[in-house]
Ligand binder design. Structure first.
Ligand code: PHE
Ligand code: NA
Length: 444
């Protein structure tokens, strides 16, 4: 049977943007910007997105389209009888770990769809609402189960049908809702302090950990370093250009994150939240903004519904990486693979939520279980996977072949032999330096 393909280039861009745009742009971006001190982090993040994220995103898509394989198969195809396939295997592991906690946070978002319906009212204790939810035992587990069931259902039903359908209309609506939030946030009394926090860098506070978290966030938000884009690229047609499509994905993803920053930080300062409060920042602040606007119940309901959909289109790309691997390499059927792997991920997702309730005394390096999963996968596995993919593309697959695949057919953005310098040297060296330095400041 012929391998399924995206029915159009737009279909590919939408699916890849669907993978990229998710909780990473709103929940994770705002919380890490807050804990890492604001604008200086944002600056490092933006530089990383353009100098490291964009070239690597393009490279991953090219690897996928060239080999028409899952991440493990892609490395095996281009470097047979070598250990390079382990990079793909590391990506499968990262996908597994990320989905385990991603589904928990997506479950919070689903729960908030219903909390919004109950009404967000001025003067409510939104911090108490959030803390009460995440420290309860059953509700987060049930929403996690619902979210995993949805993800499994879509993956079991097949690539093109399952993935392409939802994204087309819903993403623009999410974007419009964010704009509404920006307008409300910026017009709140005292919003200026939040704008300053988000835009005026204080380079004095930057440490190795700031860099590591910025690189980790760049990889996480672009779905990079674990083969999600290799997998999606493997369904891309030869007639479609890669470099421009990748440009669209990077632009959309970064745009949503920055807009989300403007929706959240002015409100954080105006309404008296602590920017460094961690993983709950968006979930505590945004309901307070909805409470401060007309028709806030409807807007809040729509927002959390669309955030859950955005999370779903990201989650299906995470599960797809693991499923594509067992389907291609082990010969399972899609249904079997989606159900079995999804079921296991449901179970490995239990510790991150129990870590906020029954197991709240369990910590590693000061992080709870969810943050530990996140740190290990997003700040270690993804950058390491990206670094090795860069070395592989430029030196093993070779610049000439990578650039040829990226440029056929030629797009507006044309790659040249500078690829060796950037992807073969600058990216791996800078990511390695940041990882060593960041881990050092984190550990000592
Ligand atoms: N990029 C997604 C987000 O920002 C998360 C993700 C990471 C998806 C890695 C796939 C792979 O929410
Ligand atoms: Na993202």
């Amino acid at each position: 049977m012929a391998r399924e393909q995206w029915t159009s280039n737009l279909g590919f861009i939408l699916a890849a943007a669907g993978s990229a745009v998710g909780l990473g742009n709103i929940w994770r971006f705002s919380y890490v910007v807050g804990t890492e001190g604001g604008a200086a982090f944002v600056l490092i993040y933006l530089v990383t997105i353009f100098l490291i994220g964009y070239p690597l995103l393009t490279t991953e898509i090219a690897l996928g389209r060239k080999t028409q394989k899952n991440p493990v198969g892609a490395f095996k195809a281009l470097a047979p009888n070598s250990p390079w396939w382990l990079v793909g295997a590391m990506g499968v592991l990262a996908g597994f770990v990320i989905l385990s906690f991603y589904s928990i946070v997506a479950g919070w978002s689903l729960a908030y769809v219903f909390k919004a319906l109950g009404g967000f009212n001025a003067g409510d204790d939104f911090t108490g609402m959030f803390v009460g939810h995440i420290t309860s035992v059953w509700p987060p587990i049930i929403w996690h189960a619902v979210f995993m069931a949805l993800t499994i259902g879509i993956i079991a039903s097949g690539v093109v049908n399952g993935i392409q359908r939802a994204t087309k209309i819903l993403m623009p609506v999410l974007f419009l809702l964010l704009i509404v939030l920006v307008v409300r946030g910026l017009t709140l009394e005292g919003a200026g302090a939040g704008v300053a926090f988000f835009l005026t860098p204080n380079l004095g506070d930057v440490t190795g950990e700031t860099f590591l978290r910025a690189v980790g966030q760049s990889f996480f938000t672009l779905s990079l370093g674990m083969g999600a884009l290799i997998t999606y690229g493997s369904y891309l047609k030869r007639e479609d250009n890669i470099s421009d499509s990748a440009g669209w994905v990077v632009g959309l993803d970064t745009g949503v994150a920055i807009i989300a920053g403007f929706a959240i930080f002015p409100a954080v300062f105006a309404l008296g939240f602590d920017p460094a409060s961690g993983a709950g920042l968006a979930f505590m602040t945004l309901p307070a903004v909805f409470a401060a606007m007309p028709a806030g119940t409807i807007f809040g309901f729509m927002f959390f519904l669309l955030l859950s959909v955005a999370a779903l289109t990201s989650a299906i790309s995470l599960l797809e990486v693991v499923v594509a691997w067992v389907v291609d390499e082990k010969g399972w059927t899609r249904k079997q693979a989606a159900l079995t792997i999804g079921g296991i991920i449901f179970l490995t997702g239990l510790p991150p939520t129990l870590g906020m309730s029954l197991w709240s005394n369990v910590t590693f390096l000061g992080m709870d279980i969810l943050d530990t999963y996140d740190f290990f996968a997003s700040d270690i596995l993804l950058p390491l996977g990206g670094l090795l993919t860069a070395i592989f593309a430029a030196h093993v697959w070779k610049t000439k072949n990578a650039v040829e695949e990226i440029n056929s057919p030629k797009g507006t953005i044309v790659f040249g032999n500078w690829y060796t310098i950037l992807v073969g040297y600058i990216i791996p060296i800078s990511v390695a330096v940041v990882m060593v330095w960041g881990l050092y400041t984190k550990l000592f």
